[in-house]
Design a protein around this ligand. Structure first.
Ligand code: EPZ
Length: 430
Protein backbone atom coordinates (compact mmCIF):
# COMPACT_ATOMS: atom_id res chain seq x y z
CA UNK A 1 0.00 0.00 0.00
CA UNK A 2 1.38 3.38 -0.95
CA UNK A 3 1.67 6.28 1.45
CA UNK A 4 2.73 9.90 1.45
CA UNK A 5 5.55 10.82 3.77
CA UNK A 6 5.89 14.51 4.49
CA UNK A 7 8.31 16.70 6.38
CA UNK A 8 6.41 19.76 7.47
CA UNK A 9 7.53 23.34 7.77
CA UNK A 10 8.41 24.41 4.22
CA UNK A 11 6.63 27.53 2.96
CA UNK A 12 5.38 27.12 -0.63
CA UNK A 13 6.58 29.25 -3.55
CA UNK A 14 6.27 29.17 -7.34
CA UNK A 15 3.55 28.10 -9.76
CA UNK A 16 1.19 25.15 -9.99
CA UNK A 17 -1.01 24.10 -12.92
CA UNK A 18 -4.53 22.88 -12.30
CA UNK A 19 -6.03 20.05 -14.35
CA UNK A 20 -9.52 19.38 -15.68
CA UNK A 21 -12.43 19.04 -13.27
CA UNK A 22 -12.85 15.42 -12.19
CA UNK A 23 -16.55 15.72 -11.43
CA UNK A 24 -17.30 17.40 -14.77
CA UNK A 25 -15.16 14.87 -16.63
CA UNK A 26 -16.94 11.86 -15.11
CA UNK A 27 -20.33 13.07 -16.34
CA UNK A 28 -18.95 14.14 -19.72
CA UNK A 29 -17.34 10.74 -20.31
CA UNK A 30 -20.66 9.03 -19.58
CA UNK A 31 -22.51 11.47 -21.86
CA UNK A 32 -19.99 10.91 -24.66
CA UNK A 33 -21.45 7.47 -25.41
CA UNK A 34 -24.80 9.08 -26.28
CA UNK A 35 -23.77 9.65 -29.88
CA UNK A 36 -22.68 7.07 -32.46
CA UNK A 37 -20.09 9.52 -33.78
CA UNK A 38 -16.61 10.04 -32.35
CA UNK A 39 -16.21 12.48 -29.49
CA UNK A 40 -12.84 13.98 -28.52
CA UNK A 41 -12.41 15.10 -24.92
CA UNK A 42 -9.46 17.22 -23.84
CA UNK A 43 -8.17 18.36 -20.45
CA UNK A 44 -9.21 15.08 -18.87
CA UNK A 45 -7.60 14.62 -15.44
CA UNK A 46 -5.52 11.44 -15.26
CA UNK A 47 -6.96 10.17 -11.99
CA UNK A 48 -8.23 6.80 -10.80
CA UNK A 49 -12.01 7.43 -10.95
CA UNK A 50 -11.72 8.64 -14.55
CA UNK A 51 -9.76 5.57 -15.58
CA UNK A 52 -12.29 3.25 -13.92
CA UNK A 53 -15.14 4.91 -15.81
CA UNK A 54 -13.23 4.69 -19.11
CA UNK A 55 -12.75 0.95 -18.53
CA UNK A 56 -16.46 0.53 -17.80
CA UNK A 57 -17.37 2.34 -21.02
CA UNK A 58 -14.97 0.11 -22.92
CA UNK A 59 -16.43 -2.99 -21.32
CA UNK A 60 -19.91 -2.30 -22.70
CA UNK A 61 -18.45 -2.02 -26.19
CA UNK A 62 -17.55 1.64 -26.71
CA UNK A 63 -14.24 2.34 -28.42
CA UNK A 64 -11.87 4.31 -26.22
CA UNK A 65 -8.69 5.65 -27.73
CA UNK A 66 -6.19 7.42 -25.50
CA UNK A 67 -4.55 10.13 -27.58
CA UNK A 68 -2.37 11.28 -24.70
CA UNK A 69 -2.52 11.52 -20.91
CA UNK A 70 -5.27 14.12 -21.02
CA UNK A 71 -7.07 13.49 -24.32
CA UNK A 72 -9.35 10.66 -25.26
CA UNK A 73 -11.52 9.77 -28.26
CA UNK A 74 -14.70 7.81 -27.60
CA UNK A 75 -17.01 6.13 -30.05
CA UNK A 76 -20.26 4.76 -28.68
CA UNK A 77 -21.58 3.19 -31.88
CA UNK A 78 -20.37 -0.29 -30.97
CA UNK A 79 -22.20 -0.57 -27.65
CA UNK A 80 -24.12 -3.84 -27.44
CA UNK A 81 -24.59 -4.16 -23.74
CA UNK A 82 -26.46 -1.80 -21.43
CA UNK A 83 -25.34 -3.62 -18.27
CA UNK A 84 -22.51 -1.96 -16.39
CA UNK A 85 -21.23 -3.95 -13.47
CA UNK A 86 -17.77 -4.80 -12.24
CA UNK A 87 -15.89 -4.71 -8.99
CA UNK A 88 -14.36 -1.31 -9.75
CA UNK A 89 -17.39 0.52 -11.11
CA UNK A 90 -19.24 -0.42 -7.90
CA UNK A 91 -16.71 1.69 -6.01
CA UNK A 92 -17.22 4.93 -7.89
CA UNK A 93 -20.12 7.25 -7.40
CA UNK A 94 -20.23 8.54 -10.94
CA UNK A 95 -21.21 5.15 -12.34
CA UNK A 96 -24.75 6.48 -11.88
CA UNK A 97 -24.23 8.82 -14.83
CA UNK A 98 -24.29 5.79 -17.10
CA UNK A 99 -27.95 5.28 -16.12
CA UNK A 100 -28.94 8.68 -17.55
CA UNK A 101 -26.72 8.30 -20.61
CA UNK A 102 -27.83 4.75 -21.53
CA UNK A 103 -31.47 5.40 -20.69
CA UNK A 104 -31.45 8.52 -22.88
CA UNK A 105 -29.83 6.77 -25.85
CA UNK A 106 -31.06 3.16 -25.65
CA UNK A 107 -34.10 3.65 -23.33
CA UNK A 108 -32.60 0.97 -21.12
CA UNK A 109 -29.82 0.81 -18.52
CA UNK A 110 -28.66 -1.65 -15.91
CA UNK A 111 -25.93 -0.22 -13.72
CA UNK A 112 -24.35 -1.33 -10.44
CA UNK A 113 -25.56 0.75 -7.52
CA UNK A 114 -22.93 3.43 -6.99
CA UNK A 115 -20.33 3.46 -4.22
CA UNK A 116 -17.88 6.34 -3.82
CA UNK A 117 -16.46 8.14 -0.80
CA UNK A 118 -18.12 7.25 2.49
CA UNK A 119 -19.27 10.73 3.47
CA UNK A 120 -22.89 10.01 4.28
CA UNK A 121 -25.80 7.85 3.17
CA UNK A 122 -25.82 9.20 -0.41
CA UNK A 123 -29.22 8.02 -1.71
CA UNK A 124 -30.16 8.18 -5.41
CA UNK A 125 -33.90 8.62 -4.89
CA UNK A 126 -33.95 11.96 -6.73
CA UNK A 127 -32.30 10.46 -9.81
CA UNK A 128 -34.90 7.69 -9.78
CA UNK A 129 -37.75 10.14 -9.22
CA UNK A 130 -36.62 12.05 -12.30
CA UNK A 131 -36.38 8.98 -14.54
CA UNK A 132 -39.76 7.73 -13.33
CA UNK A 133 -41.36 11.11 -14.03
CA UNK A 134 -40.12 10.72 -17.62
CA UNK A 135 -41.97 7.42 -17.85
CA UNK A 136 -39.20 4.95 -17.06
CA UNK A 137 -39.69 1.90 -14.92
CA UNK A 138 -36.88 2.03 -12.35
CA UNK A 139 -36.04 -0.77 -9.92
CA UNK A 140 -33.19 -1.77 -7.66
CA UNK A 141 -32.46 -5.47 -7.33
CA UNK A 142 -29.35 -7.60 -6.76
CA UNK A 143 -27.18 -4.50 -6.44
CA UNK A 144 -28.21 -3.16 -9.84
CA UNK A 145 -30.34 -0.18 -10.80
CA UNK A 146 -32.49 -1.04 -13.80
CA UNK A 147 -34.22 1.70 -15.76
CA UNK A 148 -36.30 1.06 -18.83
CA UNK A 149 -38.79 3.06 -20.87
CA UNK A 150 -40.75 2.39 -24.02
CA UNK A 151 -41.04 6.11 -24.53
CA UNK A 152 -38.96 8.53 -22.49
CA UNK A 153 -41.10 11.65 -22.25
CA UNK A 154 -40.22 15.21 -21.29
CA UNK A 155 -41.85 16.43 -18.10
CA UNK A 156 -41.66 18.85 -15.15
CA UNK A 157 -39.36 17.68 -12.34
CA UNK A 158 -38.91 19.44 -9.02
CA UNK A 159 -35.84 18.31 -7.08
CA UNK A 160 -36.65 18.30 -3.37
CA UNK A 161 -32.98 18.81 -2.56
CA UNK A 162 -30.31 20.50 -4.66
CA UNK A 163 -28.37 17.57 -6.12
CA UNK A 164 -25.51 17.80 -8.60
CA UNK A 165 -25.78 14.14 -9.57
CA UNK A 166 -29.57 14.10 -10.03
CA UNK A 167 -29.54 17.35 -12.03
CA UNK A 168 -26.89 16.07 -14.45
CA UNK A 169 -28.34 12.57 -14.74
CA UNK A 170 -31.86 13.82 -15.51
CA UNK A 171 -30.45 16.39 -17.93
CA UNK A 172 -28.63 13.64 -19.85
CA UNK A 173 -31.68 11.39 -20.17
CA UNK A 174 -33.90 14.38 -21.05
CA UNK A 175 -31.50 15.44 -23.82
CA UNK A 176 -32.78 12.46 -25.85
CA UNK A 177 -36.34 12.22 -24.48
CA UNK A 178 -39.46 13.18 -26.45
CA UNK A 179 -40.49 16.78 -25.83
CA UNK A 180 -39.56 19.29 -23.17
CA UNK A 181 -38.25 18.65 -19.66
CA UNK A 182 -38.02 21.33 -16.99
CA UNK A 183 -35.82 20.68 -13.93
CA UNK A 184 -36.66 22.96 -11.03
CA UNK A 185 -34.41 23.55 -8.02
CA UNK A 186 -31.52 22.36 -10.18
CA UNK A 187 -27.89 22.41 -8.99
CA UNK A 188 -25.89 25.38 -10.32
CA UNK A 189 -22.34 24.01 -9.94
CA UNK A 190 -19.85 24.88 -12.71
CA UNK A 191 -19.71 21.23 -13.71
CA UNK A 192 -23.49 21.17 -14.31
CA UNK A 193 -22.93 24.01 -16.78
CA UNK A 194 -19.96 22.22 -18.31
CA UNK A 195 -21.97 19.04 -18.95
CA UNK A 196 -24.81 21.11 -20.48
CA UNK A 197 -22.30 22.90 -22.72
CA UNK A 198 -20.83 19.56 -23.74
CA UNK A 199 -24.25 18.08 -24.58
CA UNK A 200 -25.19 21.24 -26.49
CA UNK A 201 -21.96 20.94 -28.48
CA UNK A 202 -23.26 17.48 -29.51
CA UNK A 203 -26.54 18.99 -30.69
CA UNK A 204 -28.64 18.87 -27.51
CA UNK A 205 -31.00 21.71 -26.67
CA UNK A 206 -30.41 22.68 -23.02
CA UNK A 207 -31.06 26.16 -21.64
CA UNK A 208 -30.66 27.63 -18.19
CA UNK A 209 -27.80 25.49 -16.81
CA UNK A 210 -26.18 27.53 -14.04
CA UNK A 211 -29.59 28.78 -12.83
CA UNK A 212 -32.07 26.81 -10.76
CA UNK A 213 -34.39 26.11 -13.70
CA UNK A 214 -33.01 24.05 -16.59
CA UNK A 215 -35.09 23.56 -19.74
CA UNK A 216 -34.28 20.73 -22.10
CA UNK A 217 -35.92 19.99 -25.43
CA UNK A 218 -35.13 16.42 -26.40
CA UNK A 219 -33.48 15.65 -29.75
CA UNK A 220 -33.44 12.37 -31.66
CA UNK A 221 -29.72 12.20 -32.27
CA UNK A 222 -26.53 13.69 -30.94
CA UNK A 223 -23.40 14.18 -33.04
CA UNK A 224 -19.62 14.31 -32.77
CA UNK A 225 -17.81 17.06 -30.93
CA UNK A 226 -14.43 18.16 -29.58
CA UNK A 227 -14.58 19.48 -26.06
CA UNK A 228 -12.18 20.68 -23.39
CA UNK A 229 -13.16 20.20 -19.74
CA UNK A 230 -13.21 23.16 -17.33
CA UNK A 231 -10.51 23.49 -14.65
CA UNK A 232 -11.02 21.72 -11.34
CA UNK A 233 -12.14 24.29 -8.79
CA UNK A 234 -11.59 21.86 -5.89
CA UNK A 235 -8.03 20.97 -6.93
CA UNK A 236 -7.33 24.71 -7.25
CA UNK A 237 -8.91 25.43 -3.86
CA UNK A 238 -6.90 22.63 -2.25
CA UNK A 239 -3.61 24.16 -3.46
CA UNK A 240 -4.74 27.62 -2.32
CA UNK A 241 -5.46 26.24 1.15
CA UNK A 242 -2.12 24.43 1.23
CA UNK A 243 -0.33 27.74 0.62
CA UNK A 244 -2.56 29.54 3.12
CA UNK A 245 -1.69 27.02 5.83
CA UNK A 246 2.01 26.53 5.06
CA UNK A 247 2.66 30.19 4.20
CA UNK A 248 4.23 31.38 0.94
CA UNK A 249 3.32 32.90 -2.41
CA UNK A 250 2.05 30.71 -5.26
CA UNK A 251 0.45 31.39 -8.64
CA UNK A 252 -2.31 28.82 -9.17
CA UNK A 253 -2.64 28.62 -12.96
CA UNK A 254 -5.31 27.43 -15.43
CA UNK A 255 -8.31 28.22 -13.26
CA UNK A 256 -11.56 30.17 -13.62
CA UNK A 257 -11.33 32.65 -10.70
CA UNK A 258 -15.13 33.15 -10.69
CA UNK A 259 -15.59 29.49 -9.71
CA UNK A 260 -13.31 30.07 -6.71
CA UNK A 261 -15.19 33.02 -5.22
CA UNK A 262 -16.43 31.29 -2.05
CA UNK A 263 -13.00 29.75 -1.42
CA UNK A 264 -11.27 33.08 -2.02
CA UNK A 265 -13.71 34.91 0.31
CA UNK A 266 -12.85 32.55 3.18
CA UNK A 267 -9.12 32.87 2.55
CA UNK A 268 -9.42 36.66 2.74
CA UNK A 269 -11.36 36.36 6.01
CA UNK A 270 -8.61 34.10 7.34
CA UNK A 271 -6.05 36.84 6.62
CA UNK A 272 -4.50 35.74 3.31
CA UNK A 273 -4.06 37.84 0.19
CA UNK A 274 -5.55 36.67 -3.11
CA UNK A 275 -4.90 38.34 -6.47
CA UNK A 276 -7.09 37.40 -9.41
CA UNK A 277 -5.99 37.28 -13.05
CA UNK A 278 -7.84 36.11 -16.19
CA UNK A 279 -7.03 32.45 -15.73
CA UNK A 280 -4.94 32.34 -12.56
CA UNK A 281 -5.00 33.37 -8.90
CA UNK A 282 -2.07 34.26 -6.69
CA UNK A 283 -2.30 33.32 -3.05
CA UNK A 284 -0.03 34.96 -0.50
CA UNK A 285 0.07 33.96 3.15
CA UNK A 286 2.37 34.67 6.07
CA UNK A 287 0.91 31.66 7.86
CA UNK A 288 -0.72 33.87 10.54
CA UNK A 289 -4.39 32.97 10.26
CA UNK A 290 -7.58 34.39 11.80
CA UNK A 291 -10.58 32.44 13.00
CA UNK A 292 -13.81 32.53 10.98
CA UNK A 293 -17.14 30.76 10.42
CA UNK A 294 -18.05 28.69 7.41
CA UNK A 295 -21.10 26.70 6.28
CA UNK A 296 -21.05 24.39 3.27
CA UNK A 297 -23.80 25.06 0.73
CA UNK A 298 -24.60 24.22 -2.89
CA UNK A 299 -22.84 26.49 -5.43
CA UNK A 300 -22.26 29.43 -5.27
CA UNK A 301 -21.93 28.68 -1.54
CA UNK A 302 -18.81 27.26 0.08
CA UNK A 303 -18.25 23.75 -1.39
CA UNK A 304 -18.54 20.69 0.82
CA UNK A 305 -15.54 19.32 -1.12
CA UNK A 306 -13.39 22.07 0.48
CA UNK A 307 -14.72 21.56 4.02
CA UNK A 308 -11.93 19.33 5.42
CA UNK A 309 -9.23 21.58 3.90
CA UNK A 310 -10.91 24.61 5.53
CA UNK A 311 -11.02 22.87 8.91
CA UNK A 312 -7.31 22.05 8.69
CA UNK A 313 -6.59 25.73 8.02
CA UNK A 314 -8.76 26.92 10.90
CA UNK A 315 -7.19 24.33 13.20
CA UNK A 316 -4.06 26.49 13.26
CA UNK A 317 -5.83 29.87 13.13
CA UNK A 318 -5.91 32.08 16.21
CA UNK A 319 -9.21 31.90 18.16
CA UNK A 320 -12.33 29.76 17.84
CA UNK A 321 -13.87 28.92 14.47
CA UNK A 322 -16.86 26.87 13.42
CA UNK A 323 -17.37 24.73 10.33
CA UNK A 324 -20.95 23.64 9.59
CA UNK A 325 -21.46 20.80 7.13
CA UNK A 326 -24.92 21.04 5.58
CA UNK A 327 -24.61 18.66 2.60
CA UNK A 328 -23.26 15.31 3.84
CA UNK A 329 -23.78 14.02 7.38
CA UNK A 330 -20.58 12.03 7.67
CA UNK A 331 -17.88 14.37 6.50
CA UNK A 332 -15.98 14.87 9.77
CA UNK A 333 -14.29 11.48 9.82
CA UNK A 334 -10.88 13.13 9.52
CA UNK A 335 -11.28 14.95 12.85
CA UNK A 336 -9.94 12.02 14.90
CA UNK A 337 -6.90 11.82 12.64
CA UNK A 338 -6.29 15.55 12.90
CA UNK A 339 -6.65 15.33 16.68
CA UNK A 340 -3.77 12.86 16.63
CA UNK A 341 -1.75 15.66 15.05
CA UNK A 342 -2.63 17.99 17.94
CA UNK A 343 -5.80 19.70 16.69
CA UNK A 344 -8.41 20.84 19.19
CA UNK A 345 -11.74 20.14 17.46
CA UNK A 346 -15.07 19.10 18.92
CA UNK A 347 -17.85 17.90 16.64
CA UNK A 348 -21.43 18.48 17.73
CA UNK A 349 -23.91 17.10 15.21
CA UNK A 350 -22.99 18.79 11.92
CA UNK A 351 -20.81 21.53 13.43
CA UNK A 352 -17.10 21.34 14.14
CA UNK A 353 -15.97 23.76 16.84
CA UNK A 354 -12.32 24.44 16.28
CA UNK A 355 -10.01 26.01 18.84
CA UNK A 356 -6.89 27.00 16.96
CA UNK A 357 -3.59 25.49 18.15
CA UNK A 358 -0.13 26.87 17.43
CA UNK A 359 0.82 24.08 15.09
CA UNK A 360 0.21 20.45 14.27
CA UNK A 361 2.69 17.74 15.13
CA UNK A 362 3.58 15.04 12.62
CA UNK A 363 1.87 11.67 13.09
CA UNK A 364 0.79 8.59 11.21
CA UNK A 365 -2.74 9.15 9.89
CA UNK A 366 -5.25 7.49 7.56
CA UNK A 367 -6.98 9.23 4.68
CA UNK A 368 -10.67 8.47 5.33
CA UNK A 369 -11.83 9.78 1.93
CA UNK A 370 -10.65 11.86 -1.02
CA UNK A 371 -10.92 15.46 0.25
CA UNK A 372 -10.21 14.59 3.88
CA UNK A 373 -7.08 12.78 2.67
CA UNK A 374 -5.91 15.91 0.83
CA UNK A 375 -6.65 17.95 3.95
CA UNK A 376 -4.46 15.66 6.07
CA UNK A 377 -1.65 16.15 3.58
CA UNK A 378 -2.02 19.92 4.07
CA UNK A 379 -1.80 19.37 7.84
CA UNK A 380 1.40 17.37 7.23
CA UNK A 381 2.90 20.22 5.18
CA UNK A 382 2.54 22.54 8.17
CA UNK A 383 3.24 20.11 11.01
CA UNK A 384 6.41 19.88 13.04
CA UNK A 385 8.29 16.75 12.03
CA UNK A 386 7.22 13.82 9.89
CA UNK A 387 3.68 12.86 8.86
CA UNK A 388 2.77 9.64 7.11
CA UNK A 389 -0.60 9.57 5.33
CA UNK A 390 -1.90 6.02 4.72
CA UNK A 391 -4.65 4.95 2.31
CA UNK A 392 -3.65 7.50 -0.34
CA UNK A 393 -5.69 5.39 -2.75
CA UNK A 394 -8.52 7.78 -1.91
CA UNK A 395 -6.48 10.87 -2.72
CA UNK A 396 -5.45 9.42 -6.07
CA UNK A 397 -9.10 9.04 -7.02
CA UNK A 398 -9.26 12.77 -7.57
CA UNK A 399 -5.83 14.46 -7.53
CA UNK A 400 -3.39 13.94 -10.38
CA UNK A 401 0.28 13.81 -9.38
CA UNK A 402 -0.60 15.45 -6.06
CA UNK A 403 2.80 14.94 -4.46
CA UNK A 404 4.68 15.99 -7.61
CA UNK A 405 2.73 19.22 -7.88
CA UNK A 406 3.33 19.94 -4.18
CA UNK A 407 7.06 19.19 -4.56
CA UNK A 408 7.09 21.60 -7.50
CA UNK A 409 6.18 24.44 -5.13
CA UNK A 410 8.68 23.47 -2.47
CA UNK A 411 6.96 20.87 -0.29
CA UNK A 412 8.98 18.02 1.15
CA UNK A 413 6.74 15.08 0.27
CA UNK A 414 7.26 11.68 -1.33
CA UNK A 415 5.13 8.74 -2.33
CA UNK A 416 6.51 5.57 -0.74
CA UNK A 417 5.40 1.97 -0.57
CA UNK A 418 7.05 0.52 2.53
CA UNK A 419 8.69 1.23 5.89
CA UNK A 420 12.16 1.12 4.38
CA UNK A 421 11.32 3.96 2.03
CA UNK A 422 9.83 5.98 4.89
CA UNK A 423 13.09 5.58 6.84
CA UNK A 424 15.10 6.55 3.76
CA UNK A 425 13.04 9.72 3.38
CA UNK A 426 13.47 10.59 7.06
CA UNK A 427 17.24 10.14 6.79
CA UNK A 428 17.35 12.29 3.68
CA UNK A 429 15.42 15.20 5.19
CA UNK A 430 16.89 15.18 8.67
C1 EPZ B 1 -21.29 15.26 -6.22
O1 EPZ B 1 -21.83 14.17 -5.50
C2 EPZ B 1 -19.81 15.06 -6.25
N1 EPZ B 1 -19.48 13.77 -6.84
C3 EPZ B 1 -19.25 15.14 -4.82
O2 EPZ B 1 -17.86 15.14 -4.94
C4 EPZ B 1 -19.68 16.44 -4.16
O3 EPZ B 1 -19.31 16.41 -2.80
C5 EPZ B 1 -21.19 16.63 -4.26
O4 EPZ B 1 -21.62 16.49 -5.65
C6 EPZ B 1 -21.68 17.96 -3.74
O5 EPZ B 1 -21.09 19.01 -4.46
C7 EPZ B 1 -19.44 13.63 -8.16
O6 EPZ B 1 -19.64 14.56 -8.92
C8 EPZ B 1 -19.09 12.29 -8.68
P1 EPZ B 1 -25.35 15.55 -4.57
P2 EPZ B 1 -23.35 13.83 -5.60
O7 EPZ B 1 -26.31 14.68 -5.30
O8 EPZ B 1 -23.84 14.20 -6.95
C9 EPZ B 1 -28.64 14.42 -1.26
C10 EPZ B 1 -15.65 14.67 -4.29
O9 EPZ B 1 -14.98 14.74 -3.23
N2 EPZ B 1 -29.26 13.56 -2.28
O10 EPZ B 1 -25.18 16.95 -5.00
O11 EPZ B 1 -23.53 12.43 -5.16
C11 EPZ B 1 -27.29 13.91 -0.81
O12 EPZ B 1 -27.42 12.92 0.19
C12 EPZ B 1 -17.06 14.17 -4.24
O13 EPZ B 1 -15.21 14.92 -5.41
C13 EPZ B 1 -30.45 12.93 -2.01
O14 EPZ B 1 -31.03 13.07 -0.93
O15 EPZ B 1 -23.95 14.83 -4.53
C14 EPZ B 1 -26.64 15.18 -0.33
O16 EPZ B 1 -27.07 15.46 0.98
C15 EPZ B 1 -17.48 13.55 -2.98
N3 EPZ B 1 -31.00 12.13 -2.98
C16 EPZ B 1 -27.19 16.25 -1.26
O17 EPZ B 1 -28.36 15.68 -1.84
C17 EPZ B 1 -30.42 11.96 -4.20
O18 EPZ B 1 -30.98 11.25 -5.03
C18 EPZ B 1 -26.26 16.67 -2.39
O19 EPZ B 1 -25.74 15.52 -3.03
C19 EPZ B 1 -29.20 12.61 -4.47
C20 EPZ B 1 -28.64 13.41 -3.49
Amino acid sequence: MEQYVIKGGNPLYGEVEIGGAKNAALAILAASIMTDETVTIENLPNVRDINVLLQAIEQIGAQVERINEHTVKINGSFIQDVTVDNEFIRRIRASYYLIGALLGKYKKAEVALPGGCDIGSRPIDLHMKGFRAMGAQVDIAHGLVTAEAEHLKGTHIYLDKVSVGATINIMMAAAMAEGKTVIENAAKEPHVVDVANFLNSMGANIRGAGTDVIRIVGVEKLHKTEYSIIPDQIEAGTFMFAVAAAGGNVLVKDVIPKHLEATTAKLLEAGCKVEEFDDAVRIISDGKLHHTQVTTLPYPGFPTDMQPQMAVLLGIAEGTSTVTESIFENRFKYVDELTRMGANIKVESNIAIINGVKNYTGARVNAPDLRAGAALVIAGLVAEGITVVDDIYYIERGYEAFEKKLRGIGASIEKVSDEKEIQKFILKVS
